[in-house]
Design a protein around this ligand. Structure first.
Ligand SMILES: NC(=O)c1ccc[n+]([C@@H]2O[C@H](COP(=O)([O-])OP(=O)(O)OC[C@H]3O[C@@H](n4cnc5c(N)ncnc54)[C@H](OP(=O)(O)O)[C@@H]3O)[C@@H](O)[C@H]2O)c1
Length: 288
């Protein structure tokens, strides 16, 4: 059984590789696919097969998927390009006779107002249309996303946001990676949709407390309106588009797009998800 993953060079991909190996998958049954496989030399040394492919170059994908039974498509990072890119991956997987695709999607991708959801919804539809058995891993927010918030708060003592009492059911990347490895390597996940979240949803008052403990100073959550938030971000030098994106995400969070707790992630990985305080402290220390 040959298991492959795209995006293997990224943060999540590397953790999935570690998780597959830790679960006893034979290294030569794993195909790690990336644009620059020199980033994966350490895995090649451990016997993992490396193949080069780019989501934007269909001919590279055809060669990468030869002999692959089960594929994890890790969503790309080029927002706006991804439906076309993922479509190339799905077409190539179909042509190569891949028997199963797991895809890293977004929470409630088919119904959510989340600003990032449309590309994931469209990709899910392409996978359904392909007829290839699938699993949608609708990953919630990574706890690691808040390292930068903590770094800024260390200097300012503030976390400024326009999400009100919105909550985030985050989990560590490793938790999501373990789930992806379980689904890729194990039976019984055909045509499944998992809403993957941390075991608890936390608000920004709690985040401020956790960040205070991590950075060693009092940190306060400052609530601002969407309009104020946009002004603060643009005055700080963020381009208009990016500021709008951040504010939209806060609006989505305020409206509940990231706060759903389902238990799917803990059930898949067979353990509780990593709590915010532990996951953020670890990620913050790693980034220092
Ligand atoms: N749930 C969340 O909180 C969250 C947060 C951020 C991102 N995401 C999504 O989850 C994915 C994985 O997260 P991550 O932390 O591992 O992100 P990451 O470290 O940025 O990794 C992205 C991976 O996608 C690959 N990639 C991007 N464009 C590609 C292309 N055209 N062809 C082939 N490969 C391409 C990158 O390859 P290179 O190494 O060659 O660049 C890299 O391996 C992201 O790509 C994004 O879609 C989720």
């Amino acid at each position: 059984m040959t298991l492959a993953l795209t995006g293997a060079t990224g943060h999540l991909g590397r953790l999935v590789l570690e998780s597959l190996l830790a679960r006893g998958v034979a290294p030569d049954d794993i195909v790690a696919i990336g644009r620059d496989t020199s980033k994966l030399a350490d895995f090649a040394e451990r016997g993992v097969q490396l193949r080069t492919a780019d989501y934007s170059k269909p001919e590279t994908l055809a060669a990468a998927f030869e002999g692959v039974d089960r594929l994890l498509l890790i969503s790309g990072s080029e927002v706006g390009q991804r439906v076309k890119q993922h479509g190339n991956v799905i077409d190539a997987a179909k042509d190569a006779g891949v028997g199963f695709i797991a895809y890293t999607s977004a929470p409630r991708a088919d119904t959510s107002d989340l600003v990032l959801a449309p590309e994931h919804k469209a990709t899910e539809q392409l996978i359904r249309d392909s007829g290839i058995p699938f699993s949608f891993l609708r990953n919630g927010w990574y706890t690691e996303n808040y390292v930068q918030v903590a770094q800024q708060a260390k200097h300012t003592g503030l976390i400024i946001a326009s999400l009100g009492d919105g909550t985030v059911a985050s989990a560590s990347r490793k938790d999501f990676a373990d789930a992806a490895a379980v689904v890729l390597a194990g039976p019984g996940h055909e045509n499944s949709v998992y809403e993957l979240s941390g075991d608890t949803a936390w608000g920004y008052e709690e985040l401020a407390q956790v960040v205070s403990d991590i950075v060693g100073r009092e940190v306060t959550y400052k609530r601002v309106s969407s309009k104020e938030h946009r002004t603060i971000l643009t005055k700080a030098g963020l381009p208009m588009g990016q500021a709008g994106f951040v504010v939209s995400l806060d609006t989505n969070t305020r409206d509940g797009a990231l706060g759903l707790v389902t238990g799917d992630l803990a059930r898949l990985i067979g353990r509780p998800t990593t709590p915010l305080a532990e996951g953020l402290a670890e990620a913050y220390a790693a980034a220092e």
